[in-house]
Design a binder for this molecule. Structure first.
Ligand SMILES: NC(=O)c1ccc[n+]([C@@H]2O[C@H](COP(=O)([O-])OP(=O)(O)OC[C@H]3O[C@@H](n4cnc5c(N)ncnc54)[C@H](OP(=O)(O)O)[C@@H]3O)[C@@H](O)[C@H]2O)c1
Length: 331
């Protein structure tokens, strides 16, 4: 995990700068229109997020991370990049550490690198204590020997000395890339090795790799709508001591759009959920095999709302059942 300098004070300064740009001011106003829900939902967000241990090392990882697919693929649009930097600033300021990306996500890696540099230089100029990023990226290249070159290019874009975690994206050419990543880890060029899938794809193969290779992480889809991982992969991760990163906890927003047609049950407050987003995220995070989830967002208010879930008690087994039963016809 590398340190860079970003904290509450320079975050506020970054957000103030961002707000002074016309497009971002608009974005904040748009966020402001949802403020009743968002303000209630983010109450408690200043508390540090809960952590869970990475089973292979015991290292504590904050349970809410940040995805970057689509949301950070903004090309060279300066104001959109500033908005991504503001999301990152709010994420770090709220105690988040793990950011997930991939060479598949267009300009996202470069946008993350820019956000890290902005945080670093602002912190440095103000002589402040560094915060931390847990860099989680992927290898996504056809079979052959191009894996190391892709990893090096990704590392250059992020501007980190080495990655904390590299995952074989969607198992693409995993027979080539997984041994490479394990060698990098053995040589100290990488801290953790993982594999990823989404939307229930290739679970049989994921299971075989989890059983036969010394991986630290598996990334998969798990949500109120898509619970397939409960059948074999989540119990297996617990059994084998493999950390689980949940992607698509909101099904790229479509789960939240389905739920929005229905009122949030009054009893959701008992489990500290003040919006459908918090309800859905709390459900995904409360499975005991899950180490963290990585919702993606373009909005500062939403990153705070998501982090707030990690600062409150998560639903227990009985509450999880109630959440699933109440929403099964709506998701
Ligand atoms: N195979 C793989 O390795 C794989 C596959 C898929 C995804 N992933 C990773 O997982 C990450 C997350 O998955 P995802 O991007 O597909 O979707 P997601 O995180 O399930 O949903 C993202 C959407 O949710 C909205 N959102 C976020 N927080 C919200 C809140 N508090 N209230 C209302 N809306 C909210 C965002 O809109 P706003 O911008 O308006 O907030 C965005 O449109 C990806 O970014 C990527 O890093 C990996």
């Amino acid at each position: 995990m590398i340190k860079f300098q970003l904290n509450r004070r320079n975050t506020l300064s970054l957000l103030a700068t961002a707000a002074s740009w016309p497009m971002l001011a608009g974005a904040q106003t748009a966020a402001g229109t949802t403020t009743a829900a968002t303000a209630a939902a983010t109450a408690g967000a200043t508390t540090q997020p809960a952590t869970r241990p990475i089973p292979s090392s015991g290292e504590a990882l904050p349970i809410v991370g940040l995805g970057s697919w689509i949301t950070f693929n903004v090309g060279n649009d300066a104001s959109a990049r500033a908005r991504c930097a503001a999301v990152m600033a709010a994420f770090f300021s709220g105690g988040g550490t793990l950011i997930d990306s991939s060479p598949m996500y267009g300009s996202s890696q470069d946008v993350i690198g820019q956000g890290l540099r902005i945080g670093h230089s602002r912190g440095e100029s103000q002589g402040q204590k560094p915060s931390s990023v847990f860099s989680a990226d992927k290898v996504w290249v056809a079979p052959g020997s191009r894996g190391p070159a892709q990893v090096e290019e990704s590392r250059r874009l992020w501007g980190v000395p080495r990655f904390d975690l590299l995952q074989v994206h969607n198992l693409l050419a995993w027979q080539d890339h997984l041994p490479m990543l394990l060698r990098m880890k053995a040589a100290g060029q990488l801290r953790y090795v993982g594999i990823s899938t989404s939307e229930g794809r290739r679970h049989d193969e994921i299971e075989q790799i989890m059983r036969s290779h010394a991986i630290d992480f598996v990334q998969l889809t798990y949500s109120l709508r898509d619970r397939r991982a409960e059948q074999r992969l989540l119990p297996l991760a617990q059994e084998r001591g493999i950390a689980v990163i949940v992607n698509r906890p909101f099904e790229q927003g479509s789960l939240l759009r389905s739920l929005a047609a229905h009122p949030l049950p009054g009893w959701a407050a008992e489990m500290q959920s003040r919006s459908w987003a918090q309800f859905a995220l709390a459900f995904a995070l409360s499975h005991p095999a899950v180490t963290c989830a990585i919702p993606a967002t373009t909005q500062v208010a939403h990153v705070r709302e998501n982090l707030a879930v990690a600062a409150r008690p998560l639903p227990d087994a009985q509450q999880r059942q109630r959440m699933a039963a109440a929403t099964q016809d709506w998701v």
